[in-house]
Design a protein around this ligand. Structure first.
Ligand code: ATP
Ligand code: MG
Length: 246
């Protein structure tokens, strides 16, 4: 499946693989969200609907950012080719410890305390309703934070990702790599995903150059070297033939 990014498909030997999951990991501002929107809009242009779950940006923010890159969010949402589920995690103090709730922008979901299995159910239901073939979870971080050190909840999150990935549904995950000391740095998402792409910023010749590196892509050949890319007002453009300066 095309990544929707000029220059990237050839480096991936054709693109992402249908029915598999791909994880894009990188630090803040490295382009993870924009990369996920390219994938969604590539589908939308082909009449293939998608779902975007974000737990760290409001729907309004997401849509206005999309618009700035030239994507027509209005038509995509109205035609149901794009469903945005934007929510946030709320911590509610209880007598013994805390209860974590996932509250969504859409008022009809706001009152419902959501647990991981309920969240998975909800996404699968919405995916079935809109026949979504592309599911984007932009930011595994809040979900992993919710799980804290609980092995059980982490297992539920991984089961949730596996449940979403079916024969003709492709799952695109983003994962923020944290450098904060003491942050839960879980490598499990890298192992459970079929593909992993790392977004990096490399300092060369007095400036930072954006690169992406395909760490793995089960089921296909791909280039190993860092691929230089730029973020422009049309989104991401990759330059697979250009080499990093030594
Ligand atoms: N029009 C533009 N031209 C060039 N660069 C841009 C433009 N718009 C945004 N950017 C760059 O894109 C970055 C945001 O990309 P994106 O939101 O995809 O990052 P992210 O990896 O999802 O970040 P976060 O971890 O905060 O969610 C900005 O920090 C900025 O550097
Ligand atoms: Mg983001």
């Amino acid at each position: 499946m095309s990544s929707g990014i000029e220059g990237l498909d050839e480096a991936l030997n054709g693109g992402y693989i249908r029915g598999r999951s791909v994880l894009v990991a990188g630090g803040p501002g490295t382009g993870k969200s924009i990369m996920s929107w390219h994938f969604l809009y590539d589908g939308i242009e082909k009449g293939e609907s998608g779902i975007l779950l974000s737990l760290d940006q409001s729907e309004d923010m997401i849509r206005s950012d999309m618009r700035r890159f030239g994507w027509d969010d209005e038509t995509a949402v109205n035609s149901k080719l794009l469903t945005i589920l934007a929510g946030s995690i709320r911590v509610v103090p209880q007598e013994s410890g805390y209860e974590y709730l996932i509250a969504f922008d859409q008022s009809f979901l706001a009152e419902q305390p959501l647990t991981i299995p309920r969240l998975a159910d909800m996404i699968l239901r919405r995916a079935a309703e809109s026949k979504a073939k592309r599911i984007v979870i932009d930011g595994l971080g809040p979900l992993l934070e919710l799980a804290g050190n609980s092995f059980e909840i982490r297992q539920l999150i991984y089961a949730f990702i596996r449940d979403l990935t079916t024969d003709d549904t492709t799952v695109f995950l983003t994962h923020e790599l944290r450098t904060i000391p003491g942050a839960v740095n879980d490598e499990m998402p890298f192992f459970i995903s079929d593909g992993v792409i790392r977004l990096e910023m490399t300092y060369a010749q007095g400036d930072f150059i954006r690169t992406m590196r395909v760490v793995k892509m089960r089921g296909t050949d791909h280039v190993m070297r860092p691929i230089i890319f730029k973020i422009t007002d049309k989104g991401i453009v990759a330059f697979p033939k250009t080499r990093l300066p030594d």
